[in-house]
Design a protein around this ligand. Structure first.
Ligand code: F6R
Length: 362
């Protein structure tokens, strides 16, 4: 039931404030994160290996920044199809963590089985709690996204990010890198995030207008730095899979190492950049693009919009958000730009060509 929405994807995007609030209440008892220490004690962990495919892989890439920065825990991230055949050494002290909405993705399951007798423990972050990946894990953490029908993952992505962030906060506090006051402050911000999701969804009109122009392009670039780097990748994946527009993502700093050759007035460059400590660097990347006739669509906050300077093609202004939580909020414009571009092109949004919801063969 699409509940009055034109597509399941639109419904699932719109559900995110409610679903995130529910997921948070499932995991939080005051400032206590309810993941049993008996099942996962971060003081005994030397490193994490995060493995997944597609959108779930971008959730892992985001989590790498959180675990490393907040918890000072070394993290390796890999796509499951590469990990499983490379047969990497998995040393004692390693927790192997697998992220999968369906819990049935063949490559992710094979990677999990490869780690079975090598890692200290196997943790999974899943939506389907009865899935193979959940059943074969020592600890399966549900994301509580509810059933996701649209082939393009949306609410599952933000809910994956949520559980991974809670794990990183738990790791940071257990490892002595976050005191109780900092933890309480961050959790307060996190509890406010569903409200910021709503405020972002209220600005859907600006995203729809931008997407209708982006839909005219043949090629689109996405740029992001730090925590926005994986979100740029997720934006490019969403756009190509449902609108069939060719999209590529790069770390902003990589622009001058090659992709800048692509810049001209026909290639919109979508820059995901809240006004954080790296914003000045992003402004200089944007100037490099604009100096070559490139068109910038900047997704930022009010301070970023004020400091972006002249010449930006389109600005999408989101509410201010704690830097550490920005990936969850900026996932929404990534989804909505793709959604509206696909609607403008008239593609089958919920059932894009050649794609399956669950990839159970490699
Ligand atoms: C993209 C998308 C896919 C999945 C990938 C992994 O929108 O949905 O990239 O994220 O196939 O699927 P799960 O999470 O079920 O393992």
């Amino acid at each position: 039931d699409k509940a009055g929405y034109k597509h399941f994807m639109a419904k699932e995007i719109a559900e995110q404030p409610t679903v995130l609030a529910d997921a948070l209440s499932a995991y939080l008892d005051g400032d206590r994160i309810e993941i049993p220490a008996t099942a996962l004690d971060f003081t005994k962990v030397d490193r994490l290996v995060l493995v997944a495919c597609g959108t779930a892989y971008y959730a892992c890439l985001t989590a790498k920044y959180w675990f490393e920065k907040l918890a000072r825990l070394p993290v390796e991230v890999d796509v499951a199809s590469e990990f499983r055949y490379r047969e990497p050494p998995v040393l004692p002290g390693t927790v192997a963590l697998f992220v999968s909405q369906s819990g049935e993705t063949a490559d992710t399951l094979a990677a999990l089985r490869y780690c079975r007798d090598k890692a200290d423990s196997i943790v999974s972050v899943v939506n389907v709690e009865t899935s193979s990946i959940a059943r074969e894990s020592d600890l399966a953490l549900p994301i509580h996204a509810g059933v996701e029908i649209g082939v393009a993952s949306t609410k599952a992505f933000t809910c994956q990010l949520n559980v991974l962030l809670l794990l990183a906060i738990k790791a940071a506090s257990e490892r002595g890198h976050m005191d109780a006051a900092d933890k309480a402050a961050l959790l307060t911000q996190l509890r406010a995030l569903p409200g910021l999701f709503n405020a972002t969804l209220d600005r859907d009109g600006t995203m729809e207008a931008a997407a209708q122009k982006i839909a005219e392009a043949r090629d689109v670039l996405f740029l992001g730095r730090g925590l926005m780097y994986p979100i740029a990748y997720e934006g490019a994946l969403k756009l190509k899979e449902i609108s069939y527009i060719h999209a590529e993502a790069y770390a902003s700093g990589e622009l001058k190492h090659g992709p800048i050759a692509l810049i001209d007035k026909t290639v919109p460059v979508i820059v995901m950049a809240p006004h954080d400590g790296l914003f000045d660097k992003t402004v200089s990347n944007m100037q490099e693009v604009m100096a070559r006739g490139g068109k910038i669509c900047l997704v930022t906050d009010a301070r970023g919009a004020a400091e972006a300077g002249e010449g930006v093609w389109q600005v999408i202004t989101l509410p201010e958000v704690d830097d550490r939580l920005a990936p969850l909020l900026y996932a929404l414009p990534a989804q909505l730009l793709a959604y509206h571009a696909a609607v403008a092109k008239g593609t089958d949004v919920d059932q894009p060509r050649n794609l399956a919801k669950s990839v159970t063969v490699e």
